[in-house]
Design a protein around this ligand. Sequence first.
Ligand code: NI
Length: 136
Amino acid sequence: MVYLTRVEHFNAAHKLYNPAWDEARNEEVFGKCANQNWHGHNYELYVTVKGDPDPDTGFVFDVKRLSTLIREQVVEKLDHRNLNMDVDFMQGKMCSTENLAIAIWKELQPALPASVQLHCIKLYETPRIYVEYFGE
Ligand code: NI
């Protein structure tokens, strides 16, 4: 079994704000991330798939095709968007990096062919903060 990772990038705006709470509680929990007028991140998305190398190509998966799939299924829907307002698969969710990683998995997984398995969505919100989701 070999693990293959493709890295993609997108910029997006969001805020972390729980409408069930008052302003003070939101500020206490989310700090600057609760800012009403949004803020942005330069997200780095690492998509890892796993499989056995194809005997004819030596590849686990065609990385160009993987890049195209990630762009079509995910990046084009997220890049230069407001995660809270513009992205259908984030509607009604807290737009944390954790929830975004889970949502990216759910968008991408059904688009992959059976020859390869999605292993991990690793999503950097900042160079020093990232989450990993393994589908469970
Ligand atoms: Ni943020």
